[in-house]
Design a protein. Structure first.
Length: 209
């Protein structure tokens, strides 16, 4: 789905070759500052490489319509964005961004249930805790139903046990879709991914293999 060749970006990333296959789950791991979020932003078209190429479904990413691309490859940022309004509003707004028709309350409630968010659709989203907001944002991107999910530490605010359960449930639900996920948990990466890629902080002239 994505193929990267001889990419470089500032002093942050150098990637000789990397591929993310369609329908597969890839985890990106590595020390803080290694460039995991930067790479995810590149795949989402939020940042452009200084050199090298990224293709998406065989087409050069830089030549694609970014609005359309971000609807197909949806990114969940490390700090989840919560909009003013209810839990329902926050779930449905993603569908609006994607220009997809809204879904009914039953589907919204199901989404809340599988990410274990025990809240009413009418509750004010601002009142949720940090970990609840993170799960709400994850449910929002799930409901958008894109081809590809780019997830930046989607469960970092949760305790270990809950984190693993949410990742497992999410991946079950989106089976067949492409998932590229940054995680700080080597255990989750090994257990739930088809491919694990470790990024290292760049010492000059060293490549990510
Ligand atoms: N806009 C920017 N301009 C310059 N440097 C940046 C920018 N954004 C991030 N960096 C730097 O790039 C490096 C990689 O950052 P990035 O957030 O991609 O790392 P990360 O692997 O996701 O780290 P973490 O696990 O801590 O989230 C860091 O040294 C960071 O300070």
């Amino acid at each position: 789905m994505f193929v990267i060749k001889t990419l470089s970006y500032k002093e942050i990333l150098y990637i000789k070759e990397m591929e993310f296959e369609e329908g597969k789950v890839t985890s990106l791991i590595g020390e803080s500052g290694a460039g995991k979020s930067t790479l995810l932003k590149m795949l989402n078209g939020l940042l452009s490489p200084d050199k090298g190429s990224i293709t998406y479904k065989g087409k050069e990413l830089s030549e694609l319509n970014f609005i359309q691309h971000r609807r197909e490859a949806v990114m969940l940022a490390q700090q989840p964005v919560i909009f003013e309004g209810s839990v329902r509003d926050n779930l449905l707004i993603g569908r609006k961004f994607s220009e997809k028709p809204p879904v009914d309350d039953q589907m919204l409630t199901e989404a809340l249930s599988f990410i274990k968010l025990d809240k009413d659709l009418d509750d004010d989203a601002e009142d949720l805790s940090g970990g609840e907001k993170q799960r709400l944002a994850l449910a929002r991107v799930y409901i958008m139903d894109p081809d590809c999910y780019l997830l930046d530490e989607p469960t970092s605010a949760l305790d270990e046990g809950t984190e693993e359960e949410i990742v497992r449930r999410f991946l079950e639900k989106v089976k067949g879709k492409t998932v590229i996920m940054v995680t700080h948990s080597n255990e989750i990466a090994e257990k739930y991914s088809d491919q694990v890629i470790t990024l290292h902080k760049l010492a000059k002239d060293h490549a990510h293999e």
